[in-house]
Structure formats: structure tokens, C-alpha cells
Design a protein around this ligand. Structure first.
Ligand code: ME8
Length: 502
């Protein structure tokens, strides 16, 4: 059996989740669901990043301890993911004991291998990024390039990670098929080619972190702690056999803001510890609002719940999977979301279900006929499947959705051409046309399932099938002609009532 391991970034707990965090999470969820359909043993991990100065300051501002801050906000992320039907197998928190053990073990190995040494450091520090910047990076010599707020001057004696010693290993990894899309791979290559510096990886100025096992005065800098969550989750430091079953076949989904950490520091840390670097890193662009990155610190914040209220869970998930392609930045638009919902969900899939169930009631006594094995739609189904499968494989949800909707649209056109509602009740013609349309609905319930967690179940039940489309296995279940016929078809309330643009 093959295994499939996928991760999202682990999110900071300084503030509540917004739709920018939900984007990589929904994308990873849909891909994990696709792999479960393929029959892969799947591990999907998300979680929260709970240490560091940013969290400590947020806690102080709220008059609570850092752990209270982490408990509260981590719960808000879990609630948001429950709301969005996120099917993660684990939710990891960096304050867990197993994670402390894993961080200490991995970095002790890197030190024993000669990649960690003591030194001192001074530089411009952005607390929101938890990162140092060079003079050249700053806006007007004083502001963080991401947050556009003043950086602070920080001086510390601490341990350094000897990144410079790993340049050729990093170039080898970056020259392989590991970072996607290509433009982001080039960006990572550019960082390495520009010249690496050793990086400070511990702090003495705070104590909210994982203690450095060989020096009590230090905690690990939050990023070196956070990245290791991906190893902790599959057993590093607690169950080495388990870890070796999953590693290095991991697929990381990240945003472009954390490319340097995932495509330079992380592979280097793993290599330093004598482990394999990750198999794949997929880098997304930003969701923008009015041209600016949606963020916790700015005013540009929209919670997933705000949109779920208007579009439902399926409408929410579908929009981000269908309309935001992985890689470039994408301006969020409520109007576009309404338009997409109306065209693909209300008018196409919802309309197909409602037409089919109505005609089967009127013309087939409510019993769904079997499809024609030689139907022309069978060829469209095979092509749609092939295109969707290839797109999922490349993490291109919009392409997979478009390929899936190709057959759904074709089925509506087929009904319009044949006009079964005008055919004689119980005639062989009406049986044939409705059997084909029901088969498309069966197929669509499986294929759209990674996006439409709820509608896919509702369609499955409405056409009289038992169980759940998630119990089906691809590619067999996508083969044309498996709707058995003879099942009771029920007419239900519209799946996706049309929305008016506000
Ligand atoms: O960086 N558009 O956490 P974070 C698209 N804890 N994606 C967005 C987004 C937006 N407007 N806003 C956030 C951290 N994201 C670290 C990660 S991983 C070991 C540690 C997504 O809470 C995007 O994927 O700032 C980004 O990389 C991630 O949320 C960072 O969330």
C-alpha cells in the first residue's frame, strides 16, 4: 500500500484564524481526501506554532500567560477547521512534550555532527516575522518589508547553525524536483546563490521556547522549533520505526512568506542531523484584499465563519479550490465568490441533481434506471477523470475541479439535447437518458468529494446509493457504468440555492 504524508504550516497563536490560513488548510485537506480515495494510507497534519517572542508579547498584551494564550488561540484554529470539515489526522502543538523531545533530539544530532556552534549576533529584528533583516531588506532603512512596521535592534550571544557548510547539499536538493512551482524553486536557488550566512538559532532573551539541552540559558529560536513539527508528528524522537515509514516522503504546503525557512533552512537542518530532506514543498501566493496581504495585524481580516454563513461549507471550500491557483497572488473578491457559486454549484451541479431527481419521479416512477454502458458520456467521464487525476497529482486543485465540472456540464447539455422531460413515461429512451444522468451524479459525488464534503453525501443518498462516496476507491469507482439502477431516487430541497450578489 502506498503512503501519503501532507502538512500545512503550523499557525501562530497570537491571533485568530482568517481566510489566509484556511486557504492552505483547505487545499491540503482536499488533496488528502483525494489520496484517501486512491486508497493511500494518508497522514494529514496541521497544528499551531506556540513559542517565541510574538506569542509571549500577545499574551502580555492580553494579561495572560503564554500557555493560556496558546491554549485559547489553538482552540480557535481547531474550531475553524471543524467548521470547514478539515479532515486532519493530527493537530500538533509545539508545546507538547513529544515535540520538545523531538526538537532536542534532532538539534543535538546536528550539533554532534558539527553544524551548531556558539557565537554572538546583533541585527534588525521583526517580532511579527520572528526574523532578522539586513539593512538592505528594510523599507526606508527602518521598517520590516512584510509588516511595514519598525524593526528592533537585538544583540545576543547564541548558538549558530552553520548553514554555509551545507551550500552544495542545498544546491543538489534544489536542483532536484522538490520545490513547486518552478518560479519558487528559482527563488530558493537565488537565495542560496546570493550567498548564505550562518544563522542564529537560540535565544537567551526569552524563556518561552524549547530549552537547549546542552545549555540551560538558551531556548531554541521559534523557527528551528517549529519546522521540526513535521518530523515530530510522524514519530521522530518517540518512535523511530514509525518515522522511517513516513519520512522523507512528505509534501509540505506553505505560503511564499515562509519559503526561505522551508526551502533553505529546513532541508539544511535535516541534512545536518543526518536525515533526508523533504520530498516536496508546494508554495502558494498570498490572498490579497485591496492589493494587501490578508493579515492578523492589519485591518484586512476575514474569518472563515463570515463566509460560511453566506456560502455554506461547500460553497466556501469550492471557491478557494476552484479559483485560487497555487503560486501567484490572488485578490479575494466576494463578487467572484458569488458568481462562482451560482455558475458551478447552483446552475450546474445543483441544477443537474434537481432536474434528474424530478424527471425520475415523473417519468420513471421514482426508480433510477441503469446507464447505457456505451453512452457518449462515458468517454467524457474517462477524459475528465484522467485530467483531474493528473491535476491532483500536481496539487493543482483549480485544474482538477475544472476537469471534474467538464462532465457535469456535459451532462446538463445532454439533458437539454434529449429533453427527457418531454419523453413518454417509462419509455426505453427516457430510461436510457436518465440512467446516464444518474451515472454522472454518482461519478460527480465521488470526484467532487474532496471539495464538496457535504453535497457529495447528499447526492449519493438522493440517487439511492448506500454508504458514502468516501468509501469508494479510485480509479475503479470512476469507471463508467457502475450506477446499478433499480434504486429509489428522492427529490430533495435544492442543494445550492441561488445567491444574489450583495
Ligand atoms: O508563518 N494568503 O505562521 P502564520 C495566503 N508559524 N496564505 C496566507 C495568508 C494570506 N493572506 N496569510 C497566511 C507562520 N497565510 C509560522 C509557520 S511552519 C513550520 C511555521 C498562510 O500564522 C500561508 O501559508 O503566519 C503562510 O505561510 C501561513 O499561513 C503562515 O501562517
Amino acid at each position: 500500500m502506498s503512503r501519503f504524508y501532507i502538512t500545512t504550516p503550523i499557525y501562530y497563536v497570537n491571533d485568530a484564524p482568517h481566510i489566509g490560513h484556511a486557504y492552505p488548510t483547505v487545499t491540503a485537506d482536499a488533496i488528502a481526501r483525494w489520496h484517501r480515495l486512491l486508497g493511500d494510507e494518508t497522514m494529514f497534519v496541521t497544528g499551531t506554532d506556540e513559542h517565541g517572542l510574538k506569542i509571549q508579547r500577545a499574551a502580555e498584551a492580553n494579561g495572560i500567560t503564554p500557555l493560556e494564550q496558546a491554549d485559547r488561540t489553538s482552540q480557535r484554529f481547531r474550531d475553524a477547521w471543524t467548521l470547514l470539515d478539515i479532515s486532519n489526522d493530527q493537530f500538533i502543538r509545539t508545546t507538547e512534550q513529544r515535540h520538545h523531545r523531538s526538537v532536542q533530539e534532532l538539534l543535538t544530532r546536528a550539533k554532534d555532527n558539527g553544524y551548531i556552534e556558539k557565537g554572538s549576533y546583533a541585527g534588525h529584528y521583526c517580532v511579527a516575522c520572528e526574523a532578522y533583516y539586513n539593512d538592505d531588506d528594510l523599507i526606508d532603512g527602518s521598517d520590516c518589508p512584510i509588516h511595514e512596521r519598525p524593526v528592533e535592534w537585538l544583540e545576543e550571544e547564541n548558538y549558530f547553525f552553520k548553514l554555509t557548510a551545507l551550500e552544495s547539499e542545498l544546491l543538489d536538493w534544489l536542483n532536484g524536483p522538490h520545490v513547486f512551482p518552478e518560479g519558487k524553486r528559482n527563488e530558493a536557488l537565488g537565495i542560496v546563490k546570493l550567498g548564505l550566512e550562518d544563522v542564529s538559532m537560540t535565544r537567551t532573551s526569552i524563556d518561552w521556547g524549547v530549552p537547549v539541552p546542552w545549555d540551560d540559558d538558551h531556548v531554541f529560536y521559534v523557527w528551528y522549533d517549529a519546522l521540526i513539527n513535521y518530523a515530530t508528528a510522524v514519530g521522530f524522537g518517540t518512535d523511530e520505526d514509525e518515522f522511517n515509514q513516513w519520512w522523507p516522503e512528505v509534501h509540505h504546503i506553505i505560503g511564499k512568506d515562509i519559503l526561505r525557512f522551508h526551502c533553505v533552512y529546513w532541508p539544511a537542518m535535516l541534512i545536518a542531523a543526518g536525515l533526508e530532506p523533504p520530498k516536496e514543498v508546494h508554495v502558494s501566493g498570498f490572498l490579497l484584499l485591496g492589493g494587501k496581504k490578508l493579515s492578523k495585524t492589519g485591518l484586512t481580516q476575514i474569518a472563515p465563519a463570515d463566509l460560511v454563513e453566506d456560502f455554506g461549507v461547500d460553497g466556501y471550500r469550492y471557491h478557494f479550490l476552484r479559483d485560487v491557483s497555487f503560486g501567484p497572488d490572488s485578490e479575494f473578491s466576494y463578487e467572484q465568490m458569488v458568481a462562482r457559486y451560482n455558475s458551478d454549484l447552483a446552475n450546474t451541479l445543483g441544477n443537474l441533481l434537481s432536474r434528474v431527481t424530478t424527471v425520475v419521479q415523473k417519468k420513471c416512477d421514482g426508480i433510477g434506471p441503469a446507464p447505457d454502458v456505451d453512452s457518449a458520456l462515458g468517454k467524457v467521464a474517462a477524459d475528465s477523470y484522467a485530467a483531474a487525476a493528473e491535476a491532483w497529482d500536481r496539487f493543482q486543485a483549480p485544474v482538477a475541479m475544472e476537469a471534474t465540472w467538464q462532465l457535469i456540464r456535459e451532462a446538463n447539455a445532454y439533458l437539454e439535447r434529449h429533453e427527457p422531460w418531454k419523453m413518454e413515461q417509462g419509455s426505453p429512451e427516457v430510461q436510457r437518458v436518465m440512467g446516464d444522468a444518474l451515472e454522472v451524479l454518482r461519478w460527480a459525488a465521488i470526484m467532487a468529494g474532496p471539495a464538496l464534503t457535504r453535497a457529495s453525501e447528499a447526492i449519493w443518498a438522493a440517487i439511492g446509493l448506500d454508504g458514502s462516496p468516501t468509501d469508494e476507491r479510485l480509479p475503479e469507482a470512476a469507471a463508467w457504468g457502475r450506477y446499478p439502477g433499480g434504486l429509489t431516487v428522492t427529490k430533495s430541497a435544492p442543494l445550492f440555492p441561488r445567491l444574489k450578489a450583495e
